[in-house]
Design a protein around this ligand. Structure first.
Ligand code: ADP
Ligand code: MG
Length: 472
């Protein structure tokens, strides 16, 4: 019978409908078009590669049992994926196909042609699809990102990526650091440089939180495919603060697919995180393992010389002249992060010009005290080590020694625990600063201390005492 496939698919839909939620049914099964039925193989047409992957990942069991039920044991399902208007479709057999040995059509997808109807908030209405708002801040460039020991690898890696997006081994480029150390600046610098060198490339900077919200909206409005198509059109995607995807499995899923697609098509991915990927909790391992494919590098707090250079750079760019002693005073005394360094500088300029006061060390000191006190407490590992050592009457050098002496071990474990709790440093960086230990040791220390806090009242009081001394 000629139209048998339509009948059969209708039967399948009945089974599927009974076994899926209404919204999912509408999104993932309604758009499927049955194409043919031959040799007990039902061929269905799906709108995109992403659609196929999603089905395979989330509904393969359901499809398998449905086909068995409707076509019997020998029944098979084949997909036809619409690639574009020309006859570029390909087929893939299911079930029985594993993704590893299937033909991968991704490289052939002329994605541009799919884009006409894409609805996306970034697209400037009335313009062709490649004219997207890159969301780049032009003020953040490589020129004004001062290089130092603290950021050399990340900055150079970023420059390489900008010169040859998608063509270096740095894909993805993953940059991690505590807050205020230049991740976002570097992201924009990379994006701006690529736009400068390759104006035709589609570059998009997006905060992970924004990505998350867009996906939620797309899911609510049933626009998942538009969302994915939009992201698949990008040549360079820069996702800032990926830690926001923690505990969001559905967003991680879709990002995983987009990541794969872009990576396979030699598109560039740049990702930032507030911690080492290994320390990112609640992100799917398969996504974390992808992050390791390229270059993972961190940004450290700049040393005093680099802090001086950053201050000079900011002043120069704003046409302001400060006495050298003030610059070196600021560079020596603001040790939290670059954002605070900048904040103190701006306050100082504002104060002196508003109140017509001369810029003096006194004024600088005054502002630092107020600024640092008023800012969210961002405590450094170094500060914590000093306070803990003081409490136990040992020196930081003793604490770093490789000894089993109870008091030293205890001090070190407490310093690690408090650093994890109060600083934004990664486990790795905490370990390095507490006697060159690895991140597993820090993890173990944190666990030991928190276990003991639950069972040992005296220990708990001691810790509260240390915390009080630290004035956190
Ligand atoms: P993060 O994203 O890591 O929290 P940002 O990129 O927002 O940090 O940086 C905070 C501020 O510090 C920004 O204004 C940025 O321009 C400045 N900054 C950080 N590192 C540098 C640097 N190496 N040179 C110049 N400015 C820097
Ligand atoms: Mg940032």
């Amino acid at each position: 019978m000629e139209n048998n496939h339509i009948e059969i698919w209708r039967e399948c839909l009945k089974v599927i409908k009974d076994n899926t939620q209404e919204q999912a049914f509408k999104t993932w099964f309604k758009p499927i078009v049955p194409v043919s039925l031959k040799d007990n193989i039902l061929t269905i047409q799906v709108p995109s590669q992403f659609f196929y992957e999603w089905l395979e990942e989330h509904y393969i069991d359901l499809l398998r049992t449905t086909i068995k039920k409707v076509l019997g044991d020998s029944g098979k399902l084949e997909y036809k994926i619409i690639m574009d208007s020309s006859d570029n479709s390909y087929t893939m057999v299911l079930p029985g196909s594993s993704r590893g040995n299937t033909k991968n059509p991704i490289g052939r997808a002329p994605v541009e042609n799919l884009s006409q109807n894409i609805v996306n908030p970034f697209i400037i209405p009335g313009l062709r699809k490649l004219q997207i708002d890159s969301q780049l801040n032009e003020n953040y460039t490589f020129d004004n990102f001062v290089e130092g020991e603290c950021n050399r690898v990340a900055r150079q890696g970023g420059l390489e990526v900008a010169k040859n997006p998608g063509k270096t081994v740095f894909n993805p480029l993953l940059i991690y650091s505590g807050t205020g150390l230049g991740k976002t600046h570097l992201c924009h610098a990379i994006g701006n440089e690529i736009k400068r060198l390759y104006p035709q490339k589609t570059v998009l900077y997006v905060q992970a939180e924004q990505f998350l919200n867009q996906w939620a909206t797309a899911s609510k409005n049933n626009n998942q495919n538009d969302f994915v198509h939009f992201y698949q059109m990008i040549d360079v995607i820069i996702i800032d603060d990926i830690q926001f995807l923690a505990k969001k499995p559905s967003t991680q899923d879709v990002f995983f697919h987009i990541f794969n697609y872009l990576h396979q098509n030699n598109k560039q991915l740049v990702i930032t995180s507030d911690k080492l990927p290994a320390d990112l909790k609640d992100i799917a391992p398969r996504l974390l393992s992808r992050f390791k494919w390229g270059l993972t590098t961190d940004l450290q707090m700049p040393d005093a010389d680099t802090r001086t250079a950053i201050l000079r750079n900011k002043l120069y760019n704003n046409g302001i002249v400060f006495p050298d002693e003030i610059i070196s005073y600021l560079a020596t005394n603001v040790r939290t992060n670059v954002r605070e360094l900048e904040g103190v500088l701006i306050s100082l300029v504002a104060q002196s010009s508003l109140n017509k006061k001369a810029v003096t060390i006194d004024l600088a000191q005054n502002i630092i005290e107020r600024f640092i006190r008023n800012s969210v407490k961002e405590v450094s590992v170094e500060y914590i080590i000093n306070m803990v050592c003081e409490y136990f009457s040992i020196s930081p050098e003793q604490m770093a020694l490789n000894t089993r002496k109870h008091q030293v071990v205890q001090a070190r474990q407490i310093a690690m625990y408090l650093s994890k709790k109060y600083s934004s440093a990664s486990l790795n960086s905490i370990g390095q600063q507490c006697g060159k230990k690895d991140h597993a040791t820090v993890y173990h220390a944190c666990k030991t201390v928190s276990d003991r806090l639950e069972t040992d009242k005296q220990f708990k009081m001691m810790l509260a005492d240390i915390e009080k001394k630290m004035a956190i």
